[in-house]
Design a protein around this ligand. Structure first.
Ligand SMILES: Nc1ncnc2c1ncn2[C@@H]1O[C@H](COP(=O)(O)OP(=O)(O)OP(=O)(O)O)[C@@H](O)[C@H]1O
Ligand SMILES: [Mg+2]
Length: 233
């Protein structure tokens, strides 16, 4: 008779890893006008989250506060185990930013733009180890020696995305990265952004007005009437 194998019960230990990002009771006002209050959430490594909300609800300000570029009245942001101090001139190491209007430097070639933040951090003699892969993923090789003003919006946004990720940030903050693009180009850039985050295991906070793009992230939040709430449906 065939020997019976005894059923084993696998005991899984609870995952106790600290989140990559912890936002706790963050409140912001301009003057006496509160913008948002008691904003709290955590984000795990590799997790993606979208934030929707009407124009003026404070999404961009929240993203800036998370990246250390905006002060807050109260609350804390902890990134990768370290406190983020608001109102810094440069955003925190390990956090990459992509903006709606690209913000490439017009006088520099695409190559120089791409390498600028990386060389500030690691020196100009070193090349990013993901340079070739990123250029191929985002289809940027043919534009390297051109000035940003000679590129289309979609091409500029691909360059801005490459610039943000070459130093391999653990967290990418993307503020309406397709807001200036037509639907087809925007969809293409968004696909690339999601693919890049997955490929390099980057966490993502995506501010978007598009329910379709928001649906592509692991979690969805809505900033409304000064409060940030998780959407369950
Ligand atoms: N430095 C500032 N001083 C005073 N008010 C500001 C400042 N920055 C932003 N605000 C105000 O805070 C509110 C939120 O701005 P924010 O740019 O964060 O909104 P948003 O949700 O990103 O809007 P949009 O979807 O249009 O980009 C706006 O009413 C804006 O005028
Ligand atoms: Mg905004």
């Amino acid at each position: 008779m065939e020997a019976q194998t005894e059923a084993t019960t696998e005991v899984r230990k609870p995952i106790s890893a600290a989140p990559l990002l912890a936002v706790e009771n963050l409140s912001k006002r301009f003057g006496t006008q509160p913008l948002w209050q008691n904003v709290s959430f955590t984000l795990q490594k590799g997790e993606s989250l979208s934030i929707c909300g009407v124009s003026g609800s404070g999404k961009s300000t929240l993203l800036l506060a998370i990246g250390g570029l905006e002060t807050v009245q109260s609350g804390t942001v902890t990134f990768d185990g370290r406190p983020v101090v608001g109102g810094q001139r440069a955003h925190v190491e390990g956090i990459g930013y992509v903006f709606q209007h690209y913000h490439l430097i017009e006088e520099l070639t695409v190559r120089e733009n791409l390498l600028l933040p990386f060389s500030i951090r690691f020196g100009s003699k070193q090349m990013p180890d993901i340079w070739d892969e990123v250029l191929d993923l985002l289809g940027l090789r043919e534009f390297l020696d051109r000035l940003p003003t000679t590129l289309s919006g979609g091409e500029q946004q691909r360059a801005a995305l490459a610039r943000a990720i070459l130093a391999k940030p653990k967290l990418l903050l993307a503020d309406e990265p397709t807001g200036s693009l037509d639907e087809a180009t925007g969809t293409c850039v968004m696909e690339l952004l999601l693919r890049v985050c997955q490929r390099f295991c980057m966490s993502l906070i995506l501010v978007t007005h598009s329910a379709m793009f928001a649906a592509r992230t692991d979690r969805r939040m809505l900033l409304k009437d000064g409060f940030l709430r998780e959407q369950t449906a």
